[in-house]
Design a protein around this ligand. Structure first.
Ligand code: FCB
Length: 456
C-alpha cells in the first residue's frame, strides 16, 4: 500500500466482538437470560423492539466465522464470554455445553494462528444475579471472581490475553445512572455502589487470573473519550456546562482506571463513593496490570442537564465539527492525543481494543456484490493514521482491534446501526466482507511484510 503509515512489524492487528451482540442462540443449550435479554423485552427500549435472540447466529456459524477472520489476515480476535451461557444462574452449577462452545472457538482460532483475547464481561450480567441485587450487592465481586476462576481453569492453558471488563463507565452510567441500558436504573446511591463493586470485582478477577493462568497478560478495557464542554454559538462554554462536563469527565473517563491504576477515585466523586469503601478496598482494586485497553470513538461534549440524576448530560459538538451519520464527532486528532495522554498518565502499553465507524446506511451490495463503504475506509485510514502519529510522538501503542468484525446488535440501536467490516444480511445470515475489510486486510499484510520505516 502506497500510503501505509509507519507501524512496527510486530504491531498486533485484530477485530473485536461481544457475546450478546453476535452469538444469538439466546435460549439454546442451557443458556439463561442476562439483564440484556430482559431489557430487550421492555417496550420501546431498543429500536424496533429488537434483541440479541438471533443476532449474527455466531453460536452456530462459528467455524465459518473464524475462517473469515483467517482470510482477512486477523492476528488476534477479541471476544467475550457470555456469563449466563457458562453459569446460567451466575454462580453454582456450570453449563457444559456453554463451556464447550468457547473451547471450540478458542481451538479453532489457535488452529488458524489467531490469538484469542478473552474479555470476561461485556455487559451481560446473568439475570439471576441481578435478582440478588446485581452489581449493587457487594457480594458481586466474589461472584465475578468465581466466574473468572471457572474461565481461567478451563481456558487458561490456551488463552493468555485476558480482560476483566469492557467499558466499565459506559455500562454503569447507562445502566444505573441514565437508565438507557440494562438494567435500566437511574439512582445515585445505586450507581455509586455499582461503581465501587465493579472496581472490586475487577481487582478480585485480576488476582484470580494471575493465580490460575500461567503466563497471563491481563488488562481491562476502558472507554476514554476527551470530554469537552459544549460551547454555544458564541464559541464560549457557559460556566455551568464547564462544571458539568468536569464531573462527567471523571465519571466517564477516570472513575475506573484511576482507582485500578492509581489507587484513588478522581477528586469530584471521591467523597460520594467514600461510604461504600471499606478498609483495604483500594489495595484490592489496584492490582498490577500488563496493558491498558482503550476503546475510542469520538470526543464527548458535556453540558448541564438537570433532567438526569447527576446534572450532566450530552451536549452538541460545535457546528464546524465533522460528524458521522450517527452523529458522532469525526476527530482523529482526539484519538492521537488520547493515546499520548494515556501513555503519560498510566505508563502501561496500550492496546486499542475498539475503534470503528457506525452508520445507519443499509450498505447493501451493488450489482457486483460489493459493499462500497467508502466512508468507513476513510475513517479507518484517518484513525490508523492518527495512531501512527501518536506512535511517532512516543505513545506506547502495541495493537489495534477494529470494532467490529461484523455488523451486529448495537444495543439500544438494535440492528439499524452497522459497525461491521463484514456485512451481515440478517435475513439469510450471509456474510459479505465490505471494502473496508479488504482495506484492513491489505493494511495488515503491508505492515507485517514491511513494518515501520519502509512505507512510501
Ligand atoms: C462500545 C461497545 C461496543 C459497541 C461499540 C459501538 O461502547 O463496547 O459493544 O457497541 O461501542
Amino acid at each position: 500500500m502506497a500510503d501505509t503509515p509507519a507501524f512496527p512489524k510486530d504491531f498486533l492487528w485484530g477485530a473485536s466482538t461481544s457475546a450478546y451482540q453476535i452469538e444469538g442462540a439466546a435460549a439454546e443449550d442451557g443458556r439463561a437470560p442476562s439483564i440484556w435479554d430482559s431489557f430487550c423485552r421492555l417496550k420501546g427500549r431498543v429500536d424496533n423492539g429488537e434483541s440479541g435472540d438471533v443476532a449474527c447466529d455466531h453460536y452456530h456459524r462459528m467455524p465459518g466465522d473464524v475462517a473469515l477472520m483467517r482470510d482477512l489476515g486477523l492476528q488476534a480476535y477479541r471476544f467475550s464470554v457470555s456469563w449466563p451461557r457458562v453459569l446460567p444462574r451466575g454462580r453454582g452449577a456450570v453449563n457444559d455445553k456453554g463451556l464447550d462452545f468457547y473451547d471450540r472457538l478458542i481451538d479453532r482460532l489457535l488452529e488458524h494462528g489467531i490469538e484469542p483475547w478473552l474479555c470476561l464481561y461485556h455487559w451481560d450480567l446473568p439475570q439471576a444475579l441481578h435478582d440478588l441485587g446485581g452489581w449493587a450487592n457487594r457480594d458481586s465481586a466474589g461472584w465475578f471472581a468465581d466466574y473468572a476462576a471457572l474461565c481461567a481453569r478451563r481456558y487458561g492453558d490456551r488463552v493468555k490475553r485476558w480482560a476483566t471488563f469492557n467499558e466499565f463507565s459506559v455500562f454503569t452510567l447507562f445502566g444505573y445512572a441514565f437508565g438507557w441500558g440494562a438494567p435500566s436504573i437511574a439512582d445515585r446511591a445505586t450507581h455509586l455502589a455499582v461503581i465501587h463493586h465493579v472496581n472490586l470485582a475487577h481487582g478480585a478477577g485480576v488476582d484470580v487470573l494471575r493465580a490460575l493462568v500461567p503466563g497471563a497478560s491481563i488488562g481491562a478495557v476502558h472507554s476514554v473519550q476527551p470530554m469537552r464542554p459544549e460551547a454555544g454559538p458564541s464559541g464560549f462554554a457557559r460556566p455551568e456546562d464547564v462544571e458539568a462536563a468536569a464531573l462527567f469527565d471523571e465519571h466517564w473517563n477516570w472513575a475506573f482506571p484511576d482507582p485500578q491504576l492509581r489507587a484513588h477515585y478522581p477528586p469530584r466523586i471521591a467523597a460520594a463513593i467514600e461510604p461504600f469503601v471499606k478498609p483495604g478496598d483500594m489495595a484490592r482494586i489496584a492490582r498490577p496490570l500488563d496493558w491498558f485497553g482503550l476503546n475510542h470513538y469520538a470526543p464527548v461534549y458535556g453540558r448541564r442537564d438537570d433532567s438526569l440524576i447527576w446534572g450532566f448530560g450530552f451536549g452538541s459538538p460545535p457546528p464546524e465539527m465533522p460528524r458521522t451519520d450517527i452523529g458522532w464527532p469525526y476527530d482523529p486528532g482526539a484519538f492521537r492525543d488520547t493515546l499520548l495522554d494515556l501513555t503519560r498518565r498510566y505508563r502501561l502499553p496500550v492496546y486499542v481494543t475498539e475503534n470503528g465507524f457506525g452508520t445507519k446506511a443499509d450498505e447493501t451490495p451493488d450489482a457486483d456484490g460489493r459493499v462500497l463503504d467508502d466512508a468507513r475506509v476513510a475513517y479507518l485510514r484517518d484513525y490508523t493514521g492518527a495512531m501512527a502519529e501518536a506512535l511517532a510522538a512516543g505513545a506506547d501503542v502495541r495493537g489495534y482491534f477494529a470494532w467490529s468484525l461484523f455488523d451486529n446488535f448495537e444495543w439500544g440501536g438494535g440492528y439499524g446501526t452497522r459497525f461491521g467490516l463484514v456485512r451481515v444480511d440478517y435475513e439469510t445470515q450471509a456474510r459479505i466482507p465490505k471494502e473496508s475489510a479488504r482495506w484492513y486486510a491489505d493494511l495488515i499484510r503491508a505492515v507485517s511484510i514491511s513494518g515501520a520505516g519502509e512505507q512510501a
